[in-house]
Design a binder for this molecule. Structure first.
Ligand code: DOR
Length: 426
């Protein structure tokens, strides 16, 4: 039994307490204390449901030089995540039931965050032939996606949505039109022109979202079951407007935004530092403001990291050659707690919802609220501020665009079904 005394509770229902939270048998047994072998002083700390990340590149199998399940899932629990969806753009791509089972088995043995592998929508993520949605679901796949690649063939996406809907699987898309995006390494516009860098226009995202929403409309019309389209790492104001309109029209679409698109803009590229090279690219302050509005009003359903580790050597190449991606599992919550909640007054309740119920709903998982009987998959957060120190990351990617930023809201204890999977209590 573990007792956390005097702790403030925060979940999608709101902020309350302080409470004396008794945890045992994998559950919250009481909010008003009780006998326990271990007692923690929770004064000044926040207790929240464990976070779920819908979008992490854990690089296993085949790219373990960048990350593996052990380092990635340790990074996750250090970031307060109890549940992680791994992306299938590995080597080879995760496109068979056997590959999904192997990942789940290995993750279970690690006993860190729970893994919900995403599987490829198309074989080899080549965009040509669909994978077996039913068998993948049976093996434990949480959603289907060709993320890392764009879905250029609308017919394949339509067939994929129809097939996935029969098994209750969401289809997640990296919505960029490849022919408009071309070789862009940053947001297209006057800054890219000034810096002499190839631009990736915001219209590449908006055009693809518009198309995918029409494909969804078609799938809805032709399917007996409800298809579910999920837009990954939405980065533009126009893309957001399209999703808002589609939601108002009742289309079954959800969307996520990333920590980097919510805290950084294209201005960072003035440094020519590949740390800031990501796909889709960092956009303008106007886009960033629209995304925050989208989080508030519910057009965006979740904050997902798009944790994308690469080797130091790769990220030290020049901007044109370095790979796209920003690792963020260990800083996502403190970053948004500080930059959105503390600095801008973004409601804490909604912020926590975007890390918990929001993504859980997308996967069809039951929400976790801090009540008696609830599953004790929880995170204890410390508002005390300290700087981001990438050299201390558990992730193999020990670099960060937020290095040195002073943040509060750091996870100090993460529990999965009552089991301590991470602790950094003084
Ligand atoms: O920046 C990105 N990195 N965007 C993606 O879509 C893929 C990801 C990766 O796998 O590195």
């Amino acid at each position: 039994m573990l007792l956390i005394r005097n702790v403030t509770l925060v979940d999608a229902l709101g902020e309350r307490g302080p409470a004396d939270v008794l945890i045992g048998e994998g559950r919250i047994l009481s909010l008003s204390g009780g006998e326990a072998e271990r007692i923690l002083d929770g004064k000044g700390l926040l207790l929240a449901p464990g976070f779920l990340d819908l979008h992490a590149h854990l690089r296993e199998p085949g790219q373990e030089v960048k990350e593996d399940l052990a380092s990635g899932l340790l990074a996750a629990v250090r970031g307060g995540y109890t549940d992680v969806v791994s992306m299938p753009n590995t080597t080879p791509p995760v496109d068979t039931p056997e590959a999904v089972r192997a990942l789940r088995k290995k993750a279970q043995a690690l006993g860190l965050a729970r893994l919900h592998p995403a599987a490829a929508l198309t074989q080899g993520q080549e965009g040509k032939a669909l994978t077996e949605a039913g068998l993948l679901k049976e093996a434990g796949a949480s959603l289907l996606t060709d993320d890392g690649h764009t879905n250029e063939d609308a017919g394949i996406l339509a067939a994929g949505l129809l097939q996935a809907s029969a098994f209750g699987l969401p289809v997640a898309v990296h919505a960029e039109d490849a022919s408009l995006r071309r070789g862009g390494v940053m947001n297209d516009g006057s800054l890219a022109d000034l810096l002499g860098l190839p631009g990736n226009p915001k219209e590449a995202e908006a055009a693809r979202i518009a198309r995918d929403l029409e494909v969804l409309r078609y799938a809805v019309r032709r399917s007996q079951k409800k298809p579910h389209l999920h837009i990954q790492h939405l980065s533009t104001k126009r893309g957001l407007e399209l999703v808002r309109e589609a939601k108002r029209a009742g289309l079954p679409v959800t969307a996520e935004a990333t920590p980097h698109h919510l805290t950084l803009t294209e201005e960072a590229l003035r440094s020519f530092d590949p740390l800031f090279k990501v796909a889709p690219p960092l956009r303008t302050p106007e886009d960033l403001e629209a995304l925050i509005e989208g989080l508030l009003e519910g057009t965006l359903d979740a904050i997902a990291t798009d944790h994308a580790p690469h080797t130091q050597a790769e990220k030290e190449m020049d901007l044109l050659r370095a790979p796209f991606g920003i690792p963020s599992l260990e800083v996502a919550f403190p970053l948004l707690y500080t930059e959105l909640h503390l600095k801008r007054g973004f409601p804490l309740k909604r912020l926590v919802e975007l890390f918990t119920d929001g993504p859980r709903n997308i996967l069809g998982l039951k929400p976790i609220h801090l009540e008696e009987g609830a599953e004790a998959s929880l995170v204890l957060l410390d508002p005390k501020e300290r700087p981001v120190e990438p050299r201390n990351f558990a992730s193999k990617a020990r670099f960060s665009p937020w290095a040195g930023w002073v943040l509060g809201g750091w996870p100090v204890l993460t529990l999965v079904e009552g089991r301590v999977v991470y602790q950094a209590l003084e």
